[in-house]
Design a binder for this molecule. Structure first.
Ligand code: GDP
Length: 298
């Protein structure tokens, strides 16, 4: 909880202080409601959610005095109601190996999240194998190797420029032969050439299915919270083609835009499994609706 509140402190200070400034010695009327909506939109919660929260708040209270604490309580409850349906843990026991493909734009935090996930699964007693599927970037391959060493997990690699689908095939095959519990596959994220990237991701999926027809069992889209509304564009870009099954939102520690997670949840309904609250190996938290809602409201 401490890590979460510290991590989300920039979002919560924006929202919390904003609410205090807005509702200290003021009534709940058309003006304050409008200002509240603006505040929520600036915090990236999205126009729809902002409108709904303002509506919920005004019910039975319009024209009356209201304390900042009361406003924060209603805010937290409304945000929790949006988030509760999407807060779902990632279950990896359904297959062996359980194949997790990780997608997202370059810089979103894919490799770091893979490292954190590897550490988490290892700590739970599972065997893990990583596939360095961003074969386009030498740095990405190297970075994944470093995470492999740090977490004591084997990393399957091929030289830069190799076929990503071939690498994915090798990784899943090796995991199958060695009886590994979880495979985590990195992928390329050069959205500058969207058509080419999507074709590559589709090919990776097709080839993995030659090893296991039900794989990948999860496709995690990694979204960088600091990009704000851009996150919504990325969900659209990857969503259907890449067959995204769930979201990990990173860098919530570095941003006042944590509300974007609420907008993504409201808009897509996709499960949110984890949030990233730092660069360290332990800075990955399972997503919990109530905790998150309380933490961002301050
Ligand atoms: P990739 O290109 O998608 O693989 O992204 P990387 O994993 O290389 O991450 C890009 C940068 O974001 C790196 O400097 C990471 O340390 C940093 N990063 C990743 N996740 C988080 C997070 O949750 N919080 C913070 N503050 N930084 C993060």
């Amino acid at each position: 909880w401490r890590r979460l509140t510290e991590g989300l402190s920039r979002t919560s200070s924006k929202l919390g202080t904003g609410v205090t400034d807005l509702f200290t010695k003021r009534k709940l009327d058309g003006d304050t409601l409008e200002e509240l909506e603006d505040l929520l939109i600036q915090a990236d919660l999205g126009v729809e959610t902002a409108g709904r929260i303002a509506g919920a708040l005004s019910k039975g209270r319009f024209g009356k005095d209201i304390s900042p604490d009361e406003v924060r309580a209603v805010l937290a409850a409304e945000i929790e109601a949006v988030l509760a349906p999407v807060a779902k843990p990632l279950e990896v026991d359904g297959a062996k190996p359980f194949v997790v493909m990780v997608v997202g734009v370059n810089g979103a935090g894919k490799t770091t999240t893979i490292g954190k996930l590897a550490a988490k699964f290892r700590a739970e007693g599972r065997s893990v194998m990583l596939g360095a599927g961003d074969t386009f970037r030498a740095a990405a391959i190297e970075q994944l190797k470093v995470w492999g060493e740090r977490t004591g997990v084997p990393v399957v690699t091929r030289p830069q420029g190799s076929d990503a689908a071939g690498l994915a095939f090798d990784t899943v095959k090796q995991a199958q032969e060695s009886g590994t519990d979880v495979v985590i596959l990195d992928t390329a994220g050069r959205l500058q050439n969207k058509a080419e990237l999507m074709a590559e991701l589709e090919k990776v999926v097709r080839v993995i299915r030659k090893v296991d027809a039900a794989a990948p069992h999860a496709v995690l889209l990694v979204l960088d919270a600091t990009t704000g509304q851009n996150a919504l564009t990325q969900v659209e870009a990857f969503g259907r083609t890449a067959g995204v099954t769930g979201i990990v939102m990173t860098k919530l520690d570095g941003t006042a835009r944590g509300g974007i997670l609420v907008a993504v949840a409201a808009k897509t309904g996709l499960p949110v499994h984890f949030i990233g609250v730092g660069e360290g190996i332990d800075d990955l938290e399972p997503f919990a609706a109530r905790d998150f809602a309380r933490a961002i409201v301050g």
